[in-house]
Design a protein around this ligand. Structure first.
Ligand SMILES: *Cc1c(COP(=O)(O)O)cnc(C)c1O
Length: 514
């Protein structure tokens, strides 16, 4: 290398580097802007009036920049773009899907995690981050009263937190070397879940080679809990047909209505028949932390302790910012058996067992991994068990207040209430007594679809929907520690007003009357 090139390299400032002064001043400014934004959220609409077209216009159609731009100006631009054009899940009246209003400490934790940038795939790359993740997993197990010596890891979300146990169950229960031959060499596998099971199970059955026909959908009772007699019958029938039933998925808070399956009964059925029992508690498992003395405690959640595996989503009811899921597997050896494939170029000194070095790439699907655990770990420490129990209790209280407000309103029908999910719909006064008749039932579905669209566009509150017994319902899921009972009452009034307006606009001129 000639000395001119050498000198150029040594005196260079890389395009992406920032001087300490530049980082400090841009960072302080950004934090100030974020603080002002968070404070302003309750006064902003829940959703901005944007469309793909308006956003593409706002962002411009320039091609990839040839030259760079100073970081401070870019951050300011980006902050403005995001603040003005985002759906605000921190808004006290945002109760859509199961999407938490995130804890502010999570935002700061993500900044810190990125600044240090440990790769939690391997212990050697992330010594303290690995230990923080290990402790976070144990604390989540402790919170839901699951054995703390379980295996587990953080994932991107609930889908992944269900996929991991799905794969472990398959590895554990398939009695031929499917890791070599694939599934074609053996019997037809069967998976069981209630008809309320989240769509992750379709993806898993398809992507992991079972085919969606492998899923047996078990019917539910009136409270939308799995019918366990139906489960027994289906397993028996499949066994007699020569298939291999291997996995039952129980719901700890179904995605539509928050229903909790009879988990202890399902655990018994699985034990007796040597099936893997997995609990999808992406949303509701953490409600197992409510003390037995709480009026909101759900005794069936005690069945989680008997499961072979559990999915929990810290980015739902633990209020972590996206993304954070968590898979727990009772027998941690099975996790390694499923996911440990070591190529010759990976050499790790593992230490002795008391001082074991966990390499999380061997516990799940990812290889390189970020430091998701930090935001969850810090939030668990900031709130403590008590803080979480209090926030969950309040969320359930807000959902129940919405139910009561709907019940008391002459134009609203309160339909279901479980955990922090309430469903309701708008029923015009004159149709109330004939709401079961076919043309009215059909119209009410159309009307409530319209009400939901208007609510979501209007920006005053944000709900999503559920379909129960063929009825299209508005659904509020409160995983938001900023919401109050006054918000619940206000939202009931908003739904009624929007319902009235929609009914006036879309009611057919004739044909609904008795
Ligand atoms: C949300 C949810 C999922 C999916 O979780 P993601 O974090 O969205 O991937 C799966 N099951 C249940 C019961 C859920 O509530």
């Amino acid at each position: 290398m000639d000395s001119a090139t050498r000198q150029q390299i040594e005196s260079r400032r890389a395009a992406l580097d920032m001087s300490p002064e530049e980082f400090r001043s841009a960072g302080h400014r950004l934090v100030d802007e974020i603080a002002a934004f968070l404070e302003s959220i309750p006064r902003r609409p829940v959703v901005p009036p944007v469309s793909p077209r308006t956003l593409r216009q706002a962002m411009g159609t320039d091609s990839l920049p040839e030259q760079g731009t100073p970081a401070a100006a870019l951050l300011e631009d980006a902050a403005r773009l995001l603040f003005e054009n985002s759906l605000l899940s921190s808004h006290p009246r945002f109760w859509g899907y199961i999407n938490a209003g995130p804890a502010p400490i999570g935002a700061l934790a993500d900044l810190l995690a990125s600044a240090v940038n440990p790769n939690t795939g391997g212990w050697i790359l992330a010594p303290v981050a690995t230990e923080v993740e290990r402790q976070t997993v144990r604390w989540i197990a402790e919170l839901i009263e699951y054995p703390q010596d379980c295996g587990g890891l953080l994932t991107s979300g609930g889908n992944m937190a269900n996929f991991v146990p799905f794969l472990v169950a398959k590895r554990a229960k398939v009695d031929w070397p499917a890791y070599e031959t694939g599934l074609r060499a053996g019997r037809q596998l069967r998976v069981y879940g209630s008809s309320e099971t989240h769509t992750w199970i379709h993806k898993a059955a398809d992507l992991f080679g079972l085919g969606t026909d492998a899923v047996r959908w078990i019917g539910c009772d009136r409270a939308l809990r799995m019918n366990t007699d139906g489960l027994r019958r289906e397993i028996e029938r499949d066994r007699q047909a020569g298939d291999l039933p291997f996995l039952v998925v129980g719901q700890a808070g179904s995605v539509s209505t928050g229903a909790v399956d009879p988990l202890r009964e399902i655990a018994r059925i699985c034990r007796e028949r040597d099936l893997w029992f997995h609990v999808d508690g992406a949303y509701g498992a953490v409600a197992a932390a409510l003390p037995a003395s709480s009026p909101h405690a759900v005794p069936d959640l005690a069945g989680i302790a008997e499961a072979d595996s559990v999915a929990v989503d810290p980015h739902k009811w633990l209020y972590a910012p996206l993304e954070a899921g968590c898979a727990l597997v009772r027998d941690r050896k099975l996790l390694l058996q499923t996911f440990s494939h070591r190529p010759p170029y990976y050499h790790f000194d593992e230490g002795d067992t008391a001082d074991e070095r966990i390499n999380y790439f061997e516990h799940g699907l990812q290889n390189s991994r970020g430091f998701r655990a930090l935001k969850v770990w810090l939030a668990l420490r900031q709130a403590g068990r008590e803080g979480y129990v209090e926030s969950m209790t309040e969320n359930i209280g807000v959902a129940q207040a919405l139910y009561r407000a709907a019940e008391a309103h002459p134009e609203l029908e309160a339909v279901t209430q479980a955990l922090s999910i309430t469903t309701l719909r708008y029923v015009p006064r004159d149709l109330r007594s004939i709401r079961e008749s076919a043309p009215v039932a059909e119209y009410l579905n159309k009307l409530n679809t319209e009400v939901l669209d208007r609510l979501q566009r209007g920006g005053e509150a944000f709900l999503t929907n559920a379909v129960v017994d063929g009825r299209f319902l508005l659904r509020a899921c409160v995983v938001n520690f900023r919401s109050t009972t006054a918000d619940a009452e206000a939202v009931a009034a908003i739904v009624a007003r929007v319902g009235r307006e929609a009914d006036r606009d879309v009611r057919p001129v004739s044909g609904l009357g008795p």
